[in-house]
Design a protein around this ligand. Structure first.
Ligand code: HEM
Length: 399
């Protein structure tokens, strides 16, 4: 292990709250990532061997603007690769733009159906839970803030929605779906960011790592999305049979793999995912200057849409789905009346909505409008009603 790699591992260990472990890779090894057991081979050591060097060359040779233009028309999984791409970039996409051999079509079909059946809860949990949680994942907050996209959160949020709704669509992984392409575009964006962000003096001043977005970081984000939603559905006692749970995990396994995380590091069961999340996500959540600003941007944006609720309600809902501690970190102003309403009426709303209680709560229509409006926000593809194209950045946020 060279010194640079050791330094990276140690800084990652600190960030993941693993200081005190003799070997940070143990955190991953003990969660079932067998290959992570050996020092230097865990996901915190892995970036993206296939995409990273390619994107350095694309950026350095000025090809990125042409790629962004050429791939605008490349949307469906079965679209041919567009013309106008540099040959080595096209060859790379040709290699990676396919489903992994272990993807199980039956589970993916079930996941798609599950996403449809549960879309309102899912969009709400992803949007207000995972979305705001991302602002208290310090590495994510700092890299998102200081990358080019951080300067325009409305546009960035719309692009992130693209990933969410392409993943949730019934045909997401099928030839006429769009998710495989969206994931591959995202993978390439991440590769570009790994080259660009280290050139930002602002990012370097606050970062605890030399290269952002390792496979370990991607797994942390996966836990803030998939594992978090899985936990909440169980907490809220939403009907969620084992076959749905397995299918939901599987579609995330494929998604994370398409983002470049090697199969052997992806949790194989929810139990394994939970153990990994308890070690690598829960302990690292903490506020940062960047994250506080991003959260305000995101909640400000959401508040612009008519959700039929006040900003105080929104703040309290975020506190309810994340925690008061997170709410305090982010300075979300208290609204105690809304807090009491959320805590008592939301569980009653779920029971009634799921047919588990015959009693319709008086607040049913308010909550119903709220969940529908949030779902529409996603289903309408942001406020514009059309896909926001994912584009590769060529620089960083200026200040
Ligand atoms: C870009 C999703 C993990 C940092 C993107 C984009 C998507 C996305 C859809 C393209 C849209 C955009 O430009 O905003 C995901 C998913 C992840 C993940 C689904 C894991 C499951 C991470 C992690 C980090 C990160 C772990 C950092 C620690 C960034 C940055 C950009 C980006 C800095 C570029 C924004 C720009 O254009 O300036 N990600 N991401 N992402 N992501 Fe991720």
């Amino acid at each position: 292990m060279d010194n640079l790699s050791r330094r990276k591992a140690l800084s990652l260990g600190v960030a993941l709250g693993l200081v005190g472990l003799a070997n940070p890779a143990q955190a991953w090894a003990s969660t079932g990532s067998a290959k992570g057991a050996a020092a230097g081979t865990g996901p915190e050591w892995i970036w993206d061997d296939a995409a990273d060097p390619l994107m350095v060359s694309m950026l350095q040779n000025g090809h990125v603007p042409a790629i962004n233009t050429a791939w605008e028309s490349w949307v469906d999984n079965n679209d041919p690769l567009p013309g106008g791409l540099p040959a080595d970039f096209a060859a790379y996409l040709g290699r990676v733009n396919r489903m992994p051999s272990w993807a199980d079509p039956a589970k993916l079909a079930r996941a798609a159906d599950f996403n449809r059946r549960r879309d309102t809860y899912l969009f709400m949990l992803y949007g207000l839970g995972s979305g705001i949680m991302s602002t208290v994942i310090p590495r994510e907050a700092k890299s998102v803030y200081w990358s080019a996209g951080g300067a325009d959160m409305q546009d960035r949020a719309a692009k992130t929605f693209t990933f969410g709704y392409d993943l949730a669509e019934l045909n997401a992984f099928k030839p006429d779906g769009q998710f495989v392409v969206t994931a591959n575009k995202t993978r390439v964006v991440h590769a570009a960011v790994r080259h660009l962000l280290p050139q930002s003096p602002h990012w370097r001043a606050v970062a605890d790592e030399t290269i952002p977005i390792s496979a370990a970081d991607i797994l942390v984000t996966f836990h803030s999305l998939g594992t978090y939603v899985h936990r909440k559905l169980l907490d809220w006692k939403i009907p969620y049979p084992p076959a749905d749970q397995e299918a939901f995990l599987h579609h995330w396994q494929v998604a994370v793999h398409l983002l470049g995380v090697p199969y052997e590091h992806i949790p194989k069961t929810w139990a394994e995912a939970e153990r990994q999340a308890a070690r690598v996500l829960d302990p690292i959540l903490t506020p940062s200057t960047e994250g506080i600003e991003l959260a305000e941007d995101l909640l400000g944006l959401t508040a612009q849409i008519d959700l039929g609720v006040t900003r105080g309600f929104l703040n309290e809902f975020v506190r309810y789905v994340l925690s008061n501690e997170v709410g305090d970190w982010l300075g979300l102003k208290r609204d105690y009346a809304a807090a009491a309403l959320v805590r008592t009426a939301w569980p009653a709303f779920i029971l009634f909505r799921e047919g588990l209680s015959p009693v319709m709560p008086g607040t049913f229509y308010m909550f119903d409008q709220f969940v529908r409006a949030l779902a529409m926000l996603f289903l309408n593809k942001g406020s514009s009603g059309k896909t926001t194209p994912i584009t590769i950045p060529t620089g960083n946020r200026a200040a």
